[in-house]
Design a protein around this ligand. Structure first.
Ligand code: NAD
Length: 487
């Protein structure tokens, strides 16, 4: 245990015995939301979290701690939903380590005040933008990528010089426990604390005055979080979900499309916020696409995906039953096998559906892929526009006009042309939704910006004081107009 964490443990114990805790404000694990936020606020006020050295050191520490717990994280995700070690490394451990490495190499340039152009009306002066940490940031995570969706934003919060309270989802309970241990043994809870639990714990934290809230989860809970934030005027980032379309036109490289869609859809057992939710395939290429799609599923997961060590399970019985319910709504083109005990659902494609079916009304979030047909690209844009703005959109096409048309005419959070999901791994691109799929973005520099207030400061010289702005105004109007035109 680090000296910092030991000190913190001593301090925490002392606080508990002298202060005691009330039933009303104490969560099941014995922590107290108000005491925790007070403690972090006092720590932040000391100013230590703002220095370059401190930020860099804590990022380095986080990296070390994750590396040291690689096996434990892999094991926890195996227990939570049979996620393979390869996918755990690619989408959780490696992903967060990549974010840390990027933040560490760019921190100095991100932190520095940015000099920007001045305005004639303020002559003589210099103008600067300072990135200021907010203070205490609450990070609420979803269960499907439990490490990535909490420690990913944490990298941004630490790089920006904040304190952070992280609440992972209770549904990935094993991973949540490992994360809590990793942080409590290595960081002072006055700086970073992982609080475990579900809705009630989140509600207690949200009742406190926080300086930033970063939420990943469903649209329904996103609205609850935003309402709670409004009580304290706390700024929010909402990383939400929705139905992400995947379009395949008749010029597409069908073999690659089938392979890349099968990968993006069945990764994590289809439990990915940016997974292709449904397919819109040109009528002329649908039969060939389906044939190739089946071949690629078989190549990735074998004749019986239930036996594949690489194919995850559904997180819990509730989600499993919801997904099994969809299977009755269409004609099964491939897959459809289930196993209640294991919460297994085979990679499945559903045909003969329309927009009124439940599976086309709700985010699927599982290994079931409805397939719809289209004839014109304009029709595709219209259909998508009739529904909430998606978090992601994927277009498979060799037609540059179609690529341009969809990119420019359809609103969506982000996406790929001729691939799925992979846009997330580029730290140079902000990741986030639009409309119902979210507010704000993160990853790479965008994470640093998300967790920083942009403070604009003008430094005015004192060697000259232009008299234009002061009354009496008589005779100054023409100069004022001129100054605004030149500014
Ligand atoms: P969820 O909204 O049920 O839960 C998310 C978090 O909110 C959890 O920590 C949970 O404990 C907490 N929570 C639940 N009810 C709450 C309440 N009433 N008040 C306060 N907090 C509450 O989401 P989930 O099931 O964990 O995740 C699935 C959803 O998340 C899907 O919609 C998916 O698309 C979305 N998601 C989005 C992204 C993204 O980056 N945009 C990533 C992953 C998942």
């Amino acid at each position: 245990m680090s000296t910092e964490a030991k000190n913190s443990t001593r301090k925490t114990t002392a606080k508990k015995t002298t202060r005691g805790t009330t039933k009303k404000s104490t969560a099941k694990s014995g922590w107290d939301a108000k005491a925790l936020t007070d403690k972090q606020r006092a720590y932040f006020a000391q100013g230590n979290t703002k220095s370059y050295d401190f930020r860099l050191e804590r990022l380095r520490k986080l990296q070390e701690v994750i590396e040291a717990h690689e096996e434990a994280i892999i094991e926890a995700l195996q227990k939570d939903f049979k996620k393979s070690p390869f996918e755990t490394y690619a989408t959780e451990i490696g992903f967060v380590l990549g974010e840390i490495a990027h933040a560490r190499s760019n921190l100095a340039s991100w932190m520095g005040a940015k000099k920007v152009g001045g305005s004639l009306l303020n002559f003589p002066s210099g103008s600067y933008i300072y990135s200021e940490p907010y203070g205490i940031c609450l990070i609420l995570g979803a269960w499907n990528y439990p490490l990535q969706l909490t420690f990913g934003p944490l990298v941004g919060a630490l790089a920006a010089g904040n304190c952070a309270i992280v609440k992972p989802s209770e549904l990935a309970a094993n991973t949540s426990a490992v994360m809590a241990k990793m942080i409590s043994e290595n960081f002072d809870e006055a700086h970073i604390k992982v609080v475990e639990g579900g809705k009630e714990v989140a509600e207690k934290l949200l009742a406190e005055k926080l300086d930033y809230i970063f939420f990943t989860g469903s649209v329904r809970v996103g609205k609850i979080v935003m309402q709670a934030a409004a009580q304290h005027l706390t700024p929010v980032t909402l990383e939400l979900g929705g139905k992400s379309p995947c379009v395949i036109d008749k010029t597409a490289n069908l073999d690659l499309a089938a392979k890349r869609i099968a990968w993006g859809k069945f990764l994590n057992g289809g439990q990915t916020c940016v997974a292709p939710d449904y397919l819109l395939v040109h009528k002329a290429v649908k039969p060939r696409f389906m044939q190739l799609f089946k071949e690629h599923i078989k190549a990735m997961y074998g004749d019986d995906p239930q036996q594949s060590p690489d194919y995850p399970r559904i997180i819990n019985q509730g989600h499993y039953k919801r997904l099994v319910g969809y299977l009755k709504e269409g004609r099964i083109l491939t897959g459809g096998d289930t196993n209640d005990k294991e919460r297994y659902i085979a990679p499945t494609v559903l045909d003969q559906l329309n927009w009124d079916d439940q599976v086309m009304q709700e985010e699927i979030f599982g290994p079931i892929l409805p397939i719809l047909e289209f004839e014109t690209i304009e029709e595709v844009a219209q259909q998508i526009a009739h529904h909430p703005k998606p978090l992601a959109l994927y277009l498979f096409s060799e037609d540059a006009d179609h690529q341009k048309y969809i990119t420019e005419n359809v609103s969506f959070g982000g996406g790929c042309i001729n691939d799925t999901v992979a846009h997330l791994v580029n730290t140079n691109m902000p990741f986030g939704g639009v409309g119902d799929s979210g507010i704000g973005s993160y990853h790479g520099r965008s994470s640093f910006q998300t967790f920083s207030h942009q403070k604009s400061v003008m430094k005015k010289a004192t060697w000259l004081d232009v008299p234009l702005r002061y009354a009496p105004y008589k005779g100054k109007m023409k100069w004022l107009k001129m100054a605004f035109r030149w500014t």
